[in-house]
Design a protein around this ligand. Structure first.
Ligand code: OAD
Length: 231
């Protein structure tokens, strides 16, 4: 089976009702990223940070995977599909994809502020001050904040390097090191991009650009990879 590596971003979940970050009406238009998603924000205004992620987690409970998530899960019949996502939602999991690497953490998990390896599930949607790890320390959202290392990148690089096909879907490719992952593909590997906008990072790269929303673009993509006999 050929290896299909998918680099997904918030755009894939947009049609499920989750807000993107940099589009018009995106989250970073309403919130200052450094005030809600940075270690300094956690130091200065913990309750605001907790509230920001609690709201995101609460919103997640009322949305569902869309045809792009389920289309990628169904492709596991023909391809060895590896999802590498910048998203902190769990819509790839709920759609049934089996290999998912989260680069920026997971909304439904918390981790210990002292023992960083201690990660646990959050029951319900609320994480509060006073919620403690097994060692008795405050729990924080299991999210990679701005200025923090993206440790999963080490695992992601060889996955991209082994890809036979690369699909980039719903990401503006603004945030590094995630955006730099496309440079680790082997040179003859076909790259497909599904996005109704124009991700800045692909301008200099030869790609098959499917200039549509995720749920429509996935249909074209599936037809292309099947008729081009890439499986
Ligand atoms: P952005 O908001 O930067 O980009 C969203 C992309 O999705 C844009 O290229 C849009 O054109 C595209 N898009 C919008 N609607 C779409 C749809 N229906 N179908 C397909 N694509 C659509 O979001 P990301 O690239 O995901 O990090 O942002 C990367 C990181 O920046 C996030 O993981 C987050 C953020 O700050 C952290 O919080 C650490």
């Amino acid at each position: 089976m050929k290896k299909l590596v998918v680099l997904s971003g918030s755009g894939i979940s947009a049609e499920s009702g989750i807000r993107t970050f940099r589009d018009m009406g995106g989250l970073w238009e309403e919130f200052d990223v450094m005030e809600v998603a940075s270690p300094r924000a956690w130091e200065m205004n913990r309750s605001l940070v907790l509230r920001f992620y609690n709201e995101r987690r609460k919103a997640l409970a009322s949305v569902h995977p869309n045809a792009a998530h389920t289309g990628l899960a169904a492709l596991e019949k023909e391809f060895d599909v590896q999802i590498i996502t910048q998203n902190v939602d769990d819509l790839h999991e709920r759609a049934g994809s089996s290999k998912i690497l989260h680069l920026h953490g997971e909304l439904k998990k918390a981790r210990c502020t002292v023992n960083e390896e201690e990660v646990c599930d959050i029951e319900g949607w609320e994480l509060k001050e006073g919620d403690l790890s097994s060692g008795g320390y405050q729990l924080r959202p299991h999210i990679v904040w701005f200025g923090e290392p993206v440790t999963a990148i080490e695992e992601a690089i060889p996955l991209v390097n082994r890809a036979d096909i690369l699909l980039v879907i719903g990401t503006s490719l603004n945030v590094y090191p995630a955006a730099g992952l496309i440079n680790y593909k082997r040179h003859d590997v076909p790259v497909y991009v599904i996005d109704p906008g124009e991700p800045q990072g692909i301008r200099s790269m030869k790609v098959t650009f499917i200039n549509k929303k995720a749920t429509e673009g996935i249909v074209d993509f599936i037809r292309m990879v099947k008729t081009n006999d890439l499986s």
